[in-house]
Design a protein around this ligand. Structure first.
Ligand SMILES: NC(=O)c1ccc[n+]([C@@H]2O[C@H](COP(=O)([O-])OP(=O)(O)OC[C@H]3O[C@@H](n4cnc5c(N)ncnc54)[C@H](OP(=O)(O)O)[C@@H]3O)[C@@H](O)[C@H]2O)c1
Length: 250
């Protein structure tokens, strides 16, 4: 099957591209550094020629000042227009669990716009929402960095290995479009403050974590289970301690 991956040089894109190629698919790897700019549309037509499936795993280079909104709006419109032109039969995109509940945040508003553009388009689609990747734990912890300590909320999350998200996307890419939004999350649940303590201890980092429910998560105060997937979500296998062991060993 001919599959175009937009964002192929990223954390998910690299693993997804190699999973698909290992299964014998003809993959066109596209990204800014590979000469395709989804923001301006440069190189998109050529990259999409003959593609049956497009997988969008791009991400904004920066998050502040509405730049994520500018990115996802322009990039998604260009990708969808090129996909329509090329007669792509399945548009698959990666989003984040909780997106519609977090739209006070610039970043999640941008992800909601991306999702809505896809759902409103005429392309048959699947949207996979994932929880936070283990690889992004340091990014999550950084929301509460304050000198030599972290102030972090106790809100629950179910982090997941990026490798398993990429593998699920590879599976979905070769199936029929669902015309729906589905979810994936990890096998264990942690408070953000709790996962920070585990992550810092595993990395022999002595900095202290203070539980503070009012620390905003990318601009949103977290209430309830906003970061958790719904019942019925795909549950990935690798647990945090295995992932920490592997990543520290590497
Ligand atoms: N981080 C998490 O915990 C998490 C959780 C759930 C969902 N997600 C979603 O997962 C998706 C992928 O995330 P990731 O961490 O794999 O991203 P990433 O590693 O930051 O990679 C981003 C990719 O987008 C490409 N890109 C950026 N600007 C571009 C442009 N103008 N034209 C073409 N390509 C462009 C980059 O290309 P170059 O490298 O060539 O610049 C790179 O290949 C995101 O949409 C994110 O919302 C993330």
């Amino acid at each position: 099957m001919k599959i175009m991956v937009a964002g192929a040089s990223g954390l998910i894109g690299t693993q997804l591209t190699s999973d698909l190629r290992r299964s014998g698919h003809d993959v066109t790897a596209a990204s800014l550094s590979l000469g395709v700019d989804t923001m301006t549309g440069k190189g998109l037509e050529a990259a999409m020629t003959g593609a049956e499936v497009v997988v969008d795993v791009t991400n904004a280079a920066s998050f502040g000042d509405n730049s994520a909104l500018g990115f996802f709006k322009a990039s998604t419109k260009n990708l969808l227009a090129a996909a329509a032109q090329a007669g792509v039969r399945h548009y698959l995109a990666l989003s984040v669990v909780g997106t519609p509940r977090l739209v006070e945040s610039d970043y999640f508003r941008a992800k909601a716009v991306q999702e809505n553009l896809i759902r409103a388009s005429t392309r048959p689609y699947t949207i996979l929402r994932s929880t936070q990747f283990y690889e992004f734990i340091n990014g999550v912890i950084d929301i509460g960095a304050e000198g030599n300590l972290f102030r972090l909320p106790p809100a629950s999350m179910r982090p997941v290995a990026a490798r398993e998200v990429a593998a699920f996307l590879a599976e979905l890419a070769t199936e029929d479009p669902l015309g729906d939004i589905i979810e994936i999350g990890g096998p264990e649940q942690f408070g953000i403050d709790e996962i920070a303590r585990i992550y810092l201890a595993a990395n022999e980092d002595q900095r202290q974590v203070i539980t503070d429910p009012f620390t905003p998560y990318f601009g949103v105060e977290l209430t309830g289970d906003v970061l958790l997937p719904h019942v019925g979500a795909r549950v990935a296998r690798q647990n945090l301690s295995d992932w920490l062991y592997q990543s520290i060993a590497a």
